[in-house]
Ligand binder design. Structure first.
Ligand SMILES: C[S@@+](CC[C@H](N)C(=O)[O-])C[C@H]1O[C@@H](n2cnc3c(N)ncnc32)[C@H](O)[C@@H]1O
Length: 279
């Protein structure tokens, strides 16, 4: 395992290539899809943007380059340091906080919230499919590429009720994710962090502010729209893109099929971007 910083793999030419050390999520298809949605957003210079689960800071930097005042949050110490370093290299001023979801920004409100959460359904402890695949990332590996990075053993995602919303009990397997798995493991149905985002987003959005959220079709797009509505946000799907299964999903295919999340005919994964506005 190398600990040297390296440019994120698979970044198409012309895209900002942040440095990504092991254990930090390398920007990939879901990042790019969310970045495209971000590029369509109209906001005034000085608008306040929050990037929850910032990882390398790639999305936060894009927002800052458009003149937004950006705050970023990540639970991983390594991600926080990386995002700060990348912001510095990009010449952008971004406040990067370490903490759980909306916890570090309690009491504040934003015009736009960006989130690419961990959403890969997580098999139970001990299941063969749970093994983290150490293969290098593949083009379009999408949700699975977190597995290519080394372990990031700092910190620990908190369980139970987070400041930004509730976590449903029993969603995480007993050995909830640590290290690189924390960047992509979403709990049994992939919705542990997603649900907390749905529950808490309205609380940090200004009136008419918007949330841009990317997730896999595997973990329930209608469920997300319903939960956002319960939280006071009107959501619609604004982008869809099919990508090949990455190494983690491929390793989990039997388990995903057994759970009814995929059929034998499914040969790829759909990424979905949801835009939800505070009513
Ligand atoms: C899929 S990665 C996305 C990274 C980056 N935003 C991107 O699109 O490339 C998810 C990120 O969320 C962070 N994360 C996971 N659980 C979190 C939590 N409870 N609070 C804050 N960040 C969290 C992970 O550390 C990881 O950096």
């Amino acid at each position: 395992m190398t600990t040297a910083f390296r440019p994120a793999p698979g970044i198409p030419a012309g895209r900002f290539a942040p440095l990504v050390p092991p254990g930090v999520y390398a920007p990939q298809e879901d990042t790019f899809l969310l970045a495209e949605a971000l590029s369509r957003e109209q906001f005034a210079a000085g608008a306040e943007v929050l990037d929850v689960g910032t990882g390398s800071g790639a999305l936060a930097i894009r927002a800052a380059r458009r003149g937004a005042r950006v705050t970023a949050v990540d639970i991983g110490r390594r991600a926080v340091l990386t995002a700060r370093l990348n912001a510095l290299c990009a010449g952008q001023r971004i406040a990067v906080h370490r903490g759980d979801l909306f916890g570090p920004v309690l009491g504040r409100s934003f015009d736009l919230v960006l989130c690419n959460p961990p959403y890969v359904p997580t098999p139970p402890p001990g299941a063969a499919e749970r093994r983290v695949v150490s293969a290098p990332p593949e083009p379009g590996a999408g949700t699975a590429a977190g597995a290519q990075s080394g372990a990031d053993r700092d910190g620990d995602p908190r369980r139970g009720v987070g400041p930004g919303g509730t976590r449903r009990g029993g969603e995480w397997p007993a050995d909830r994710p640590r290290g690189a798995g924390r960047t992509f493991e979403g709990g049994t149905d992939g919705r542990t962090v997603l649900d907390a985002i749905c529950a808490g987003a309205a609380g940090v959005l200004r009136p008419h502010g918007a949330l841009l959220l990317v997730q896999s079709g595997l973990c329930g797009v209608e469920d997300t729209l319903h939960r956002l509505a319960l939280g006071g946000l009107r959501g619609t799907v604004c982008d869809r893109r099919r990508i090949p299964f990455g190494p983690v999903l491929r390793a989990r295919l039997p388990w995903l099929r057994a759970r009814g999340l995929l059929t034998v005919r499914d040969e790829d994964e759909e990424l979905v971007v949801i835009r939800a506005e505070r009513i």
